[in-house]
Ligand binder design. Structure first.
Ligand code: ADP
Length: 260
């Protein structure tokens, strides 16, 4: 297939992304909440990848014909920036829905099943970092009231961060502990850690520590995690020591345990 097809596909991806963006903006506008700051932040975040994409398209137009290597590199840059944009747009959609007052429909779910599914997905993110999962026996028959997809997203956000902010050879652990009243999901890493002064900000939209700049991310993950937790009457706490690592703990109320 020729470079024209490739470019055509990229343009199609960008167009469909712009469609979801429009939906997101519409949902934001409908939410009647003061959103100016969020919209400004989002526009700013989208401008950077768009500028890169435009620059690369220009490069391909001018030199692509004669320099296949330059064309190839430019294509790859476009693809990865487009990927970054679409992740951002999907995150914004979740937050726009949150702002519009969406409440998640919850149903009784066996926790261990959700954790198994999350574990399988997380293994793909682990790369060369060691990943351990422990679900205590006390959790086997435990049910929580949940929207399964969102709970998976919540745990995956924390795991994704744990892997991102841990250099290899590192260890990331997912530990699930249950009592009669609560389920506690621990996501523990021995990575870069978070400064005490920053801990109160990490759940804010678009907040990223200066140290994390070199690592990809939008600064939206934890604000989404917090919203999902709230929807489940769950809490997220964090303990972290700079250069030693971080532990995020989600605490869910138990819906039912057939062992009780
Ligand atoms: P992102 O990871 O896209 O920057 P998040 O909202 O998920 O956005 O996280 C916000 C910030 O919190 C990160 O930029 C990083 O500075 C810090 N952070 C989150 N998780 C960890 C972790 N496991 N270890 C160290 N820092 C973390």
């Amino acid at each position: 297939e020729g470079p024209k097809d490739e470019l055509g596909r990229l343009v199609a991806t960008l167009n469909s992304m712009l469609d979801s963006l429009e939906t997101a903006y519409q949902e934001l506008a409908d939410s009647h909440v003061a959103q100016r700051r969020f919209v400004a932040d989002v526009s700013h975040e989208l401008k950077t990848p768009l500028t890169t994409i435009r620059g690369n398209i220009d490069l391909i137009r001018r030199m692509g014909e004669e320099h296949p290597d330059i064309r190839q590199e430019a294509m790859e840059d476009i693809a990865s920036e487009a990927e970054r944009m679409s992740r951002l747009v999907l995150d914004m959609l979740v937050l726009a829905r949150a702002d519009a007052g969406l409440t998640l429909p919850l149903e009784p779910v066996f926790l261990s099943k959700v954790i198994q599914q999350v574990g399988r997905q997380a293994k793909l993110l682990a790369k060369d970092i060691e990943f351990k999962i422990t679900v205590e026996e006390s959790c086997e028959q435990v049910q929580i009231l949940a929207d399964t997809d969102y709970v998976k997203q919540l745990v995956l956000i924390l795991l994704d961060n744990a892997f991102k902010y841990t250099a290899s050879p590192g260890v990331v652990e997912l530990l699930v502990h249950c009592t009669h009243e609560h389920v506690k999901i621990h996501v523990k890493d021995n990575g870069v850690g978070i400064e005490q002064a920053e801990l109160e900000h990490i759940f804010e939209r678009f907040y990223r520590s200066d140290k994390s700049r070199p690592v990809g991310g939008s600064g939206l993950g934890l604000s989404i995690a917090k919203w999902i937790a709230e929807q489940h009457q769950a809490t997220i706490t964090v303990n972290s020591i700079l250069h030693k690592g971080s532990t995020f703990i989600i605490t869910f109320p138990i819906f039912q345990s057939t062992l009780n």
